[in-house]
Design a protein around this ligand. Structure first.
Ligand code: AVJ
Length: 355
């Protein structure tokens, strides 16, 4: 056991962030309709702002998902039969604890059951040796070393019976790096928080197919997905009265200023939120409030903005049970369970491989 109490593997090159940020910004800001990928929101300030968002009155997804987990983690874990929980985009691993508690409770029960049965067997009539389950394990996968290290250190001290591993990787490119399962090990890959909503439909289909190809017969996929609901609820969740989401969105410009020596003027952009009822997704945008030229010397690029021009910074797709199920079935999955809250605002769904 390493001194840290968890294993750490880094699959990203040292300059991964710098290089892919440069590529993304060049592609997005030279496109006819400007856009930037949401993954770059999460520097230190952005991650803190996101944590603040999750506590906002208007932002219902985090607390709703947590409530579903609090209610149903035991049912989910027993439907899947989990030895190893692998979490994609684990961040703070905070909600994960509800799943880990259920996993560890299940293994305690199993050991207690075996002891009882063993006690009943007479030496002349030996019962079958107990099937030894693998050690309960958790693997966190994230691009942020800071997030991985602080989440894993905290889990190690809370869960002495749990084997903990951190994997620094990008779930849009490195799903094939998931640790290979031991012989009888049953894995559950969790993708929580409706992060799947950040994908466009074609990216989502690719992600699901690649993930499906990584899973073995007994493995499961647990998906947290936000559901379609009234725009009166959706829009304020991304445009809160206190302006925290606006600060989160505008922080993206600071990220570019710090990492690429750009000279964006934050005060010349407005935070804009649109519910696209056709696509059924929320769009966050930054709208230029004047004509301007922004210099990005690290890219050797000048970007022109017209007054009123938008940069799309995030899509957050909302789902319906039937269409989400159709997408997972198309990728090869079979439904193993669907859990929701009383208002049907958020879903946790469990998927297996078709036999
Ligand atoms: C982390 C992608 C699920 O889309 O709701 C929150 C990010 N953006 N407020 C979401 C976010 C603005 C969040 N996800």
């Amino acid at each position: 056991m390493p001194a840290l109490g968890y294993t750490y593997h880094d699959h990203l090159p040292a300059d991964f962030s710098a290089q892919s940020l440069r590529d993304d910004v060049r592609i997005g800001l030279t496109a006819p309709r400007k856009w930037l990928p949401p993954r770059w929101f999460y520097d230190k300030v952005g991650s803190e702002l996101f944590e603040d968002i999750t506590a906002l009155r208007e932002y219902y997804p985090t607390r709703t998902e947590r409530a579903i987990l609090a209610e149903s983690a035991t049912a989910i874990v027993s439907a899947a039969g989990v030895d190893t929980l692998i979490e994609l985009g684990s961040g703070s691993s905070e909600k994960t604890r509800l799943l880990l508690d259920a996993m560890l409770d299940a293994t305690v029960d199993q050991t207690a059951g075996l002891a009882e049965r063993r006690g009943q067997g007479s030496p002349a009539d030996p019962i079958a040796p107990p099937a030894v389950r693998p050690v309960p394990s958790y693997v966190a996968l994230d691009v942020s070393e800071d997030a991985l290290r602080s989440a894993c250190a905290a889990l190690v001290s809370s869960y002495p019976r749990l084997r903990v591993g951190a994997l620094r990787a990008d779930f849009t490119h490195h799903l094939e790096l998931l640790p290979a399962p031991a012989a009888a090990e049953r894995r559950m890959v969790a993708f929580l928080g409706s992060t799947i909503g950040n994908f466009e439909p074609t990216e989502r289909a690719t992600f699901l197919r690649v993930l499906h190809a990584q899973l073995r017969h007994d493995d499961h996929f647990l998906l947290g997905a936000d559901l379609v609901k009234s725009a009166d609820v959706l829009v304020p969740a991304y445009n809160d009265a206190a302006g925290v989401t606006a600060a989160f969105n505008l922080n993206l410009l600071d990220v570019l200023n710090h990492s690429l020596r750009a000279d964006f003027d934050r005060s010349s952009f407005d935070h804009v939120v649109v519910w696209d009822a056709q696509q059924e997704w929320i769009e966050m945008r930054l709208r230029a409030t004047r004509d301007m030229v922004v210099r990005l010397p690290d890219l050797d690029l000048d970007v022109h903005f017209d007054r009123g021009e938008d940069v799309r910074t995030e899509i957050s797709a909302k789902f319906r049970r039937e269409t989400l199920t159709a997408e997972l079935v198309a990728a090869g999955f079979i439904s193993r369970g669907w859990w929701t809250d009383q208002r049907d605002w958020f879903s946790l769904s469990l998927w297996g491989r078709r036999a």
